[in-house]
Design a protein around this ligand. Structure first.
Ligand code: ZN
Length: 122
């Protein structure tokens, strides 16, 4: 899959910008979910970002139309992870209670990692 993003920054109208965002490929890394064969753990991929494991969402494989390997690899938690472009099926959705409970656990992980939730030691 060729990288279609322009190398040089160029000016564009707001509408062009918004349009370019909606057509931007969604890049993720993914891994199997233990004991849940119909779901996959999907982690957003952002070039140069460090571990984004706290942003993992467990998605139903049914919602994913296709994945396209980009040939790139991300290093996360000491493991190389293939970066793929993900396409979702039209009208794919996840139940909101599911989404919010996942966001809640992700936030808990994120807070414990950043130390924001830690009690003062003195
Ligand atoms: Zn990680």
């Amino acid at each position: 899959m060729p990288d279609l993003r322009p190398n040089e920054p160029r000016s564009m109208t707001v509408d062009e910008f918004l349009e370019s965002q909606t057509t931007q490929p969604i890049l993720v890394t993914m891994e199997p979910v233990q004991n849940v064969p119909d779901k996959v753990a999907v982690r957003p991929y952002i070039e140069g970002a460090r571990c984004l494991c706290h942003l993992i969402l467990l998605l139903s494989k049914d919602n994913i139309a296709s994945v396209t390997p980009t040939g790139k690899y991300d290093q996360c938690c000491g493991k190389p992870r293939a970066v793929v472009e993900i396409r979702f099926k039209d009208g794919s959705a996840m139940p909101l209670p599911d989404l919010f409970s996942q966001l809640g656990s992700s936030l808990a992980v994120s807070i414990s990692h950043s130390g924001l939730g830690a009690r003062p030691s003195h």
